[in-house]
Design a protein around this ligand. Sequence first.
Ligand code: ADP
Ligand code: MG
Length: 399
Amino acid sequence: MAKKTVKDLDVKGKKVLMRVDFNVPMKDGKITDENRIVAALPTIKYVLEHGGKVIAFSHLGKVKEEADKASKSLKPVAERLSELLGQPVKFIPETRGAELEKAVSELKDGEIMMFENTRFEDIDGKKESKNDPELGKYWASLGDVFVNDAFGTAHRAHASNVGIASHLETAAGFLMEKEIEFIGGVVNNPARPLVAILGGAKVSDKIGVIENLIEKADKILIGGGMMFTFLKAQGKNIGSSLLEEDKVELAKQLLEKAKANGKELVLPIDTVVAKEFKNDTEFKTVSVDAIEDGWMGLDIGADSIKLFSEKLNGAKTVVWNGPMGVFEMPNFAKGTIGVCEAIAHLEGATTIIGGGDSAAAAIQLGYADKFTHISTGGGASLEYLEGKVLPGVEAISDK
Ligand code: ADP
Ligand code: MG
């Protein structure tokens, strides 16, 4: 990889500033899902075990006014982190000032501390989110080197990622490294054939991803709610399925673009249609040429699963964004499960999932360990798949 990783740093005796993603869901002051804390442990442990002093920090939610502070404190996260690491994590309830500076200066090799939610700095002029140069410089002054392991914010230039990086030697943590290797690999240098599977709710959310992957991929398979805008573009009746009327023209252009570039753009041949948008309703599988008024397509059908599985055969790289159907409802989860199955059976392929709901679907349906990489980035993974340069990644020092 062309970017420095934490293994390229000499951390012994150094004050290591570490931007982690501890933006965990909380309810009544309790952490409801600690995955992000657990995921950050390898990089933290690596630095501690190599004699570094870790100063960890993160954002948590949005902080607009003083009143938001109470529910957006990282204190409960520091407590949980301490339990998971099995060592004290000193928590400073400030984002700057004498108390913070004193704690940093007292930190010994192999010790870790955390400071408060970086977005507390947003109350007065959005200093964190607008990358106020003074703030990034100040935080950088607290450490000797910087490790960025927060891929989820890499698509934003904030003081706590890009700002600090402009003043210090900066390396990717292990989570960030994986994202650059796999998502970056798909867009920059994939093993071929590369098959892209796109689904999810709307064409409009994914225009950039579709356009980029039509260029990069050898085949594009389209399912999910967005398939109906494409079917409409082919002149088919789609009943009351999800339609973005103002994207029909774009869908036509994309179909033509794929054809002109010799790319196979594959649409489903059958769909599971339902009377209402709920699990317990009348439903049946029909050909995409036989969707009647009063029915809405909520999943791809069995023949489409078979077709997609055939198209996946021989793929060396698979990148998937967007569930094939309304997987949250068991009656309409079969398409997403079927594609998970097909991917699980591929041999010698690098398989990658990007996107919040897509990752959730693979995990919820029990296929998490069948993929080479499940991106935790949400918005950042989508922008990366669009082929955009992510400021947080760009700011990491080159090797
Ligand atoms: P991601 O978060 O992975 O980028 P999206 O947010 O684009 O994915 O899409 C996920 C949503 O798309 C899911 O909530 C799913 O229920 C919905 N969806 C999938 N297929 C359909 C469909 N045929 N009709 C309506 N919604 C759908
Ligand atoms: Mg989503």
